[in-house]
Design a protein around this ligand. Structure first.
Ligand SMILES: *[C@@H]1O[C@H](CO)[C@@H](O)[C@H](O)[C@H]1NC(C)=O
Ligand SMILES: *[C@@H]1O[C@H](CO)[C@@H](O)[C@H](O)[C@H]1NC(C)=O
Ligand SMILES: *[C@@H]1O[C@H](CO)[C@@H](O)[C@H](O)[C@H]1NC(C)=O
Ligand SMILES: *[C@@H]1O[C@H](CO)[C@@H](O)[C@H](O)[C@H]1NC(C)=O
Ligand SMILES: *[C@@H]1O[C@H](CO)[C@@H](O)[C@H](O)[C@H]1NC(C)=O
Ligand SMILES: *[C@@H]1O[C@H](CO)[C@@H](O)[C@H](O)[C@H]1NC(C)=O
Ligand SMILES: *[C@@H]1O[C@H](CO)[C@@H](O)[C@H](O)[C@H]1NC(C)=O
Ligand SMILES: *[C@@H]1O[C@H](CO)[C@@H](O)[C@H](O)[C@H]1NC(C)=O
Length: 735
């Protein structure tokens, strides 16, 4: 259920959170009165009648006086639903009413920059439409925003676009401007961001250009969002405790009616049925109004089937690295230098060396009596403060920095993690360098064999990383447990070590004892890749204001970079969950996406057919001849789950719309694996005009496959100018 926050501080916290979430999930139902969401589909005739309907439904079940008390929220601007506190019996009665499509408990979801734009080719020099761009409004559902950040400075912005119907209702001590044009809060007093998360995501998507932004001098450069001229509207549904479904749904209800062009939600949970997921429901109604929603895939990787962003009308973003890494050098008293990983902005060690002490030699008495071995890992409450004061502690455990900080050490040198792929590092409250095993052993033996061992941890530098992009270990993976024939996530984008705006009242390391205040911070997570994809989608929209959400999504998917198969050796990750289950169609390429040649478009009727085939009562009654399954949906990627041990032949009917050159001929090419055959009929498509549509059928066949295998191929339509690539995935289930 609840996923993990961005500040994926370290893997241990990760695991604890996941377990806690499961406990919550399964114990929640026997509590007397919880908040439930009653979903009733599209709006009725008008706002007033929808809202009064909600109260009357409740009155019939609960009686007049209790009904008003029970009603938590009425959604009546963009769709028809309400939230109420209900007991088990009341719940059953309401669920049995025929106008009610689903009733589900309001879960708690968790929150899950700018060299990254250059890395994917959207440079400062890229072609732009600044006038159109300044009419784009990006809706951000998150933990609020820090309005005074330079990234939201409105110098040079005109008044909000006339289509804007929202308002600035940011609560206590909050003002909007011509950049940050709207704010709303749900069950909170102010839209001011005290977490840093919402400020970070908003500035990645649409922050203004800011010269000289850095994290205490690190990653210095010009910070900018994907669409720096666009406007931002903030919907605060989250804080450090997470985000409740009934608040998220309220944010969607408002954002759609306020007139945003695009919604970015860096919030995600574990897989759940579409009709019980606030993001699936909200984004469905957004899509209906021509608004694309981009959602983070989640931070529950690298295990397979962990992504909670599963609906085909959502654009789901996995997180990958860019070509730079942060290193923190360690220099020993004997002059030896080691290159470790670390985001170390501290300079207090500048120049001089300090005493080094191994954790095992700094044990507190209480720890020794527990287990003498624990201190060498710098386990919790194991270090004696008076022994580590003024020193750098050398820890055999990758998370020893936490205890070193608690005990008041000057810094820490830790062993790089070996339990999970350590392909990202976080901002820590004290100078720390994580060394790879053999280097760490050299340092440790220096400490053990030297009379007065001394050392220094240098301020971080950026080093080029040639192995990029690679999907981060934490990024949630497919396959899709709810719609098994829809590939998820859809694409990947930068989500590792992203510099972006931050809240100055939130400690940059998230440790309350970290007294630094930062206007820009470096964070990692699919929360950071999501606004990159949203910014890219907004950028595409500035060239094609008439494109449907599915056309924009298709453009980003079919022009994505095929991912690098090169990957650093990962001993613990599961091969099944890698490849397309990690990155979908590949890494977004915003500039290419403005000219995709062909698009795969999907409209509301198509989604309804698919939902009906899944027996999801998402939209009231199903059309009579509702043919259409998941694999028949006109999706830009093609995926099918086949039975283990049985040969198969699967057809994917598809229709493309010409958005390239009026008079053009596209020739198909299938790039396939020896385990499957792919054929396309017809294999050539000739267009006479723009917006012309042509249909074709892709047939994928193969012999019996073993259990738990993922086979991939691709189809490329080429007119020599455009290469329109669709990823094809055939897989077998777990057993
Ligand atoms: C916004 O930017 C302008 C121009 O750089 C500057 O003069 C002004 O002080 C900034 N406003 C705020 C509120 O920081
Ligand atoms: C409003 O927020 C600003 C920025 O944090 C702060 O300086 C100011 O003291 C706050 N004012 C009030 C009344 O809380
Ligand atoms: C509003 O927030 C408070 C405090 O966080 C919480 O106790 C309460 O349940 C919330 N109410 C609703 C309706 O979500
Ligand atoms: C600390 O390092 C910075 C550059 O990283 C340098 O400019 C400065 O002079 C150094 N200060 C001392 C006291 O060594
Ligand atoms: C910490 O070390 C000091 C000095 O060796 C010693 O006096 C003290 O008892 C130790 N405290 C604990 C809690 O181990
Ligand atoms: C330190 O050296 C001694 C003697 O060589 C050895 O027994 C001990 O294991 C070493 N300790 C560490 C932490 O390397
Ligand atoms: C369309 O393209 C073909 C081949 O390039 C060319 O022969 C034909 O004249 C073109 N037709 C029009 C109407 O431009
Ligand atoms: C692919 O097609 C060829 C030619 O029909 C056939 O020989 C081969 O066995 C097929 N491969 C698979 C995996 O079905």
């Amino acid at each position: 259920m609840a996923a993990v926050s961005t500040n994926i501080s370290h893997c241990r916290i990760f695991v604890v959170l996941i377990v806690a979430a499961h406990v919550f999930c399964c114990g929640a139902t026997d509590k007397a009165k919880d908040v439930y969401i009653v979903y009733m589909g599209p709006l009725l005739e008008g706002e007033y009648s929808t809202a009064s309907l909600h109260l009357s439904v409740l009155q019939e079940v609960l009686g007049k006086s209790s009904a008003t008390r029970s009603l938590v929220r009425s959604y009546a601007r963009s769709f028809n639903a309400f939230a109420a506190t209900l007991g088990d019996e009341e719940l059953k009665i309401i669920a049995s009413r025929k106008e009610v499509l689903s009733v589900f408990p309001s879960r708690t979801l968790k929150l899950q920059t700018t060299r990254s734009w250059d890395f994917m080719g959207l440079t400062q020099a890229a072609k732009r439409n600044p006038t159109v761009e300044s009419d784009v409004i990006v809706g951000v559902i998150d933990s609020g925003i820090w309005p005074e950040s330079e990234s939201f400075n409105d110098t040079g912005y005109g008044p909000p676009p006339t289509k804007w119907k929202g308002t600035c209702a940011g609560g206590l001590n909050f003002t909007c401007n011509n950049k940050l044009i709207g704010a709303r809060v749900y069950n909170r007093t102010s839209a001011r961001d005290v977490e840093g998360h919402g400020t970070h995501t908003a500035s990645i998507a649409a922050g203004a250009k800011v010269r000289g932004a850095s994290f205490f001098g690190l990653a210095k450069g010009k910070a900018r969002g994907g669409v720096p001229s666009a406007r931002i509207a903030v919907y605060k549904a989250c804080d450090s405790d997470g985000c409740r479904d009934h608040d998220i749904l309220a944010a969607f209800d408002d954002a759609i009616a306020d007139g945003v062009d695009l919604i970015t939600v860096s919030i995600s949970g574990y897989p759940i049925d579409f009709e019980k997921d606030s993001v699936s429901i909200g984004s469905f109604h957004a899509m209906e109004k021509g608004i694309l929603t981009v959602q983070s895939a989640g931070n529950n990787g690298p295990s397979s089937s962990t992504t909670g962003s599963l609906a085909p009308w959502l654009l789901s973003a996995a997180a990958s690295n860019t070509d730079h890494d942060f290193v923190a050098k360690v220099v020993l008293g004997n002059g030896m230098t080691f290159i470790g990983n670390g985001i170390n902005s501290f300079t207090q060690m500048n120049g001089t060396t300090f005493p080094l002490i191994h954790g095992g030699d700094a044990s507190s008495t209480s720890c020794r009596s527990r287990d003498p071995e624990l201190a060498r890992f710098c386990a919790e409450n194991c270090l004696n403060s008076s022994l580590v004061k003024g020193k750098i502690v050398v820890c055999d455990g990758s998370e020893g920095w936490g205890e070193a900080f608690r005990a008041g050490a000057l810094g820490s040198i830790v062993l790089e993690g070996f339990t999970t792929d350590q392909d990202f590092i976080v901002v820590l409250p004290l100078p720390t360098s994580a060394l790879e095993g053999s280097q760490y052993l050299v340092v440790r033996s220096y400490v053990n064999s030297t009379k007065n061992p001394r050392g220094n941890i240098l301020k971080s530098q950026i080093m080029k990383n040639s192995v990029a992009p690679v999907v981060a270990s934490f990024s949630s993976r497919g396959p899709n447990p709810i719609a098994p024939d829809i590939l998820k996530p859809d694409v990947t984008a930068p989500g590792v070590h992203i510099l972006a705006a931050y809240s100055p009242v939130s400690p940059p390391s998230h440790d309350p004892k970290d007294k630094r205040s930062a206007m820009y911070n470096i964070m990692s997570g699919s929360s950071m890749s999501c606004p990159h994809v949203a910014g890219a989608a907004a950028y595409v929209k500035t060239f094609h204001s008439d494109w449907s959400p599915s056309a924009i999504k298709s453009a980003l998917m079919t022009t994505a970079w095929p991912m690098n198969a090169k990957k650093k050796e990962v001993s613990f990750s599961d091969v099944y969950g890698e490849g397309e289950f990690a990155f979908g169609a590949g890494h977004i390429n915003p500039v290419k996406a403005t000219d995709p040649g062909l698009v795969y478009e999907t409209f509301i009727e198509d989604y309804i057919k698919m939902l009906c085939s899944m027996q999801v009562r998402f939209f009231g009654t199903c059309p009579r001849e509702s043919k259409g399954s998941q694999k028949d949906l006109n999706y830009p990627s093609m995926q099918v789950r086949v039975e283990t041990g049985k040969s198969f032949t699967v057809e994917f009917p598809r229709t493309v719309t010409n958005v390239g050159i009026a008079n053009s001929t596209f020739v198909s090419k299938a790039i396939t694996d020896s385990q499957i055959n792919v054929s396309v009929k017809p294999s050539i498509l000739s267009f006479k005009s723009l917006k012309e549509k042509k249909s074709f059928v892709v047939t994928v066949s193969g012999k019996a496959l073993p259990a738990r295998i993922r086979v991939s191929a691709s189809l490329v339509w080429s007119d020599r100018t455009h290469n329109v690539r669709s990823t094809i995935v055939v897989y077998t289930p777990n057993s």
